[in-house]
Ligand binder design. Structure first.
Ligand code: SF4
Length: 338
């Protein structure tokens, strides 16, 4: 590999995030790609000197959703069961995780804007924070009203994940026909006003997406006031409208992760279960590309898991043994028990 093939590394080191630099970095392979990953790990270590990953458990609290994203199987006509956990069950599930050592819990649902549901989440959050003041509660509940965000924040939830999915407004509308990018970004702004730490990110490999779209995704993620960022590889979910589309490219996804780390070194970034599904050792490779968050799928009652097919009905639901192994191989520790 000649010097020219590595020139984007020099550009990144001086924070040159031009479109040419980012395109070159996204398409780097072989030695150049390995150098990109090494740079991402170096940046992570500079900002997280203990080299520890954040460990969180997810509870999928409802699969009711008013959206009909073309890449998702939730809410489709074939959905066998609509479920919504009560405040009491949510609280008991959270308590069980915390009593077993977890310090961060993610409550995720479809976009269920029903007031009773949001009040139930608010109540569960308030009860959990009263019992476990140290607990960090992350929410991922979709677009809500400002008052609902405020109530959830006042109850003690500190973090909220709302992905922009793609920075291309027409691609966004094509994939999410009931929503707009402008509306999504306005919700992110409201979350910021309300005081949440925000997580956001994109999907790599959406139908019609171009390399230039991914460059713009990187620039948008950099510009937004985020504490966490992520990138997910597109997987054609069975029973979704995109079921017959090709999957996203794993190398592009890993390079996207490395660039998110390099451009935003202080942020948390997950290594996703979709990556593990797409390529052997995918989540380990995600850690080697700069990720520092792992999500343990030990919070949702087992009988409900199959009713939350967000990217596939055959989702991978990684457990603690898997993370112990990949974190040890990546030379990383954890911020709480695994
Ligand atoms: S991706 Fe989220 S918002 Fe879209 S249909 Fe699936 S659950 Fe609903």
């Amino acid at each position: 590999m000649g010097c020219q093939g590595l020139s984007f590394l020099t550009a990144l080191a001086r924070e040159d995030y031009s479109e040419d630099t980012l395109s070159e970095a996204l398409t780097a392979r072989g030695e150049a790609q390995q150098r990109l990953f090494a740079m991402a790990r170096q940046q992570r270590l500079a900002c997280f000197p203990r080299n520890d990953a954040q460990v969180r458990s997810v509870i999928e609290v409802s699969n009711v959703c008013r959206q009909k994203c073309r890449y998702c199987a939730i809410g489709g006509k074939d959905q066998a069961l609509n479920y919504t956990l009560s405040a009491d069950i949510m609280f008991r599930l959270i308590s069980h995780l915390v009593e077993n050592g977890r310090k961060t819990v993610l409550l995720q649902s479809g976009e269920n804007v029903n007031d009773t549901f949001i009040s139930d989440v608010t109540e569960a959050v308030a009860r959990a924070k009263a019992r476990y003041p140290f607990l960090r509660i992350i929410l991922c509940l979709g677009n809500l009203q400002r008052e609902q965000y405020s109530d959830l924040h006042d109850a003690g939830a500190s973090d909220y994940i709302l992905k922009f999915e793609t920075s291309n407004a027409s691609l966004f509308s094509y994939c999410k026909p009931n929503d707009t990018l402008a509306n999504r970004l306005s919700c992110i702004e409201t979350l910021h006003d309300v005081g949440f730490n925000i997580g956001s990110g994109n999907i790599v490999g959406l139908p019609r997406q171009t390399l230039s779209d991914l460059v713009q995704d990187l620039l948008l993620a950099h510009e937004l006031p985020l504490a966490m960022n992520s990138t997910t590889i597109f997987i054609p979910a069975e029973n979704s409208e995109f079921a017959n589309e090709p999957s996203g490219d794993a190398n592009l996804t890993l390079n996207m992760m490395a660039l998110l780390r390099i451009m935003n070194p202080h942020r948390y970034m997950p290594t996703t279960s979709s990556l593990e599904k797409m390529i052997p050792d995918g989540q380990y490779l995600g850690l080697m590309a700069g990720a520092n968050t792992v999500t343990v799928h030990d919070g949702t009652p087992p009988e409900l898991e199959k009713h939350f097919p967000i990217y596939s009905s055959k989702r991978i639901r990684p457990q603690t043994d898997h993370f112990r192994d990949i974190l040890a191989r990546a030379g990383m520790t954890t911020d709480n028990a695994l």
